[in-house]
Design a protein around this ligand. Structure first.
Ligand code: GMT
Length: 376
């Protein structure tokens, strides 16, 4: 099939999933066209069968807010015409799904279908914002198929937008070769844990939903009196506040602020424990990648995370903001190397059993097929 994929190109789970999906579909013989304002960071441009079309957003003095959605729809329309596209797969509702629907309707004679995959904040933050609720609901109604990355997100979509919407769960997956304990390296440990310290890690975009301050609080509490360091991977609006907090709590000299890193696997695989105390995660791809690298995860029992992390087996889950319980879970694992490695191997096994790409690709291919066999 000829599939156009629309996604956020910047660091974030939805762009990662869209890129991995597209490259794997191309390997299965599909012709894949990525359409975005930048090449997605996880997309290998040399993958055979993958094409990238840049969206140009012209800026005019009259446009206080340059209309990206319209430029995207225009570019999608061109790609439909030039490459005879069968399906537009939009990752993230607004504006991607909407632009896809517009492009489909502009080319009604082509019979293009629109699949929307919801990733979380497109419903919980954007869709829940009254400025976008009605148009998000309409985009879901107008999509030919809608998928969500967890059962929780499907349920939440019904709650926010209406139970009439059909949302099929297709979970996220991880590249189990790229994310594996074998990517760990002595040089990284020597650099970040020179005295053989325990190494904790956190990866996010440091937005309020990630509760970056709680990462620092948990680290400070859980490692009091222990020899441990923390890798803060990523960047975003809450970084400055988290840095101040680290100073206030006296852990500043034990935290490495690494900024945005494309390939996080070597750092994860060189660490001992992963922290993700988010307000909400529809899925928690960062936690899944950490589990694949052999890290137990300390996370909040929020959103779809309980579908990924098994409390007491692959990590510990606790209520949002419960620093005491989250720190207790972390401390338990930091102090017990054997239990930590049991959690690590159980986590890795769970990833291999439940979150490999092959079955997920088959689910998407089946869904695409249904669109052209009267099953939509
Ligand atoms: O978490 C973010 O801020 C990024 C966001 C995105 O759209 O890239 O992540 C969402 O999609 C990921 C991939 O499906 C999920 O693993 C994340 O849990 C989800 N984030 C939230 O729900 C906050």
């Amino acid at each position: 099939m000829k599939i156009a994929i629309v996604c956020h190109p910047t660091h974030g789970g939805s762009g990662v999933i869209a890129s991995e999906l597209g490259m794997r579909l191309a390997k299965n013989g599909h012709e894949i066209h990525f359409v975005s304002h930048e090449r997605p960071f996880r997309l290998d441009p040399l993958t055979l069968g993958v094409h990238y079309h840049r969206v140009n957003v012209s800026s005019y003095p009259l446009f206080r807010y340059p209309p990206y959605a319209l430029a995207l729809a225009n570019q999608l329309s061109r790609v439909i015409q030039d490459h005879d596209i069968d399906i537009i797969h939009a990752h993230y509702a607004i504006p991607h799904s909407l632009a896809a629907i517009l492009a489909r309707n502009m080319n009604a004679d082509h019979g293009v279908k629109v699949v929307t995959t919801l990733h979380g904040t497109d419903i919980t933050l954007v869709g829940a914002d009254p400025s976008y609720t009605d148009i998000t609901r309409w985009a879901m109604e107008e999509s030919d198929r809608v998928t969500g990355v967890s059962d929780w997100l499907a349920h939440e979509t019904h709650h926010e937008l209406g139970s009439h919407l059909q949302v099929e769960t297709i979970p996220n997956a991880v590249d189990t070769e790229a994310f594996s304990a074998s990517r760990g390296c002595d040089q990284l440990r020597a650099r970040f844990a020179p005295e053989g310290e325990l190494l904790l890690a956190h990866v996010s975009n440091f937005r309020p939903v990630k509760r970056t301050g709680d990462v620092i609080r948990i680290f400070a509490k859980a490692t009091a009196g222990l020899s441990a360091r923390l890798l803060m991977i990523g960047d975003g609006p809450d970084r400055a506040a988290a840095e101040s907090l680290a100073k206030e709590l006296g852990v500043w000299d034990r935290v490495h602020w690494l900024g945005i890193i494309d390939d996080t696997a070597p750092l994860l695989a060189s660490s001992d424990l992963f922290l993700l105390p988010s307000e909400n995660e529809s899925f928690g791809l960062a936690a899944l990648e950490a589990m694949a690298c052999g890290l137990p995860v300390i996370a909040t029992a929020s959103g779809g995370m309980p579908e990924v992390i098994v409390d007491g087996e692959t990590g510990f889950l606790a209520p949002v903001g419960d620093i005491e319980a989250l720190s207790r879970g972390a401390r338990t694992l930091l102090e017990a190397a054997e239990r930590r490695s049991l959690f690590a191997s159980t986590g890795r096994q769970r990833v291999e059993d439940q979150f490999r790409w092959d079955p997920v690709i088959s689910q998407y291919e089946e869904l695409y097929g249904q669109l052209f066999s009267g099953g939509s």
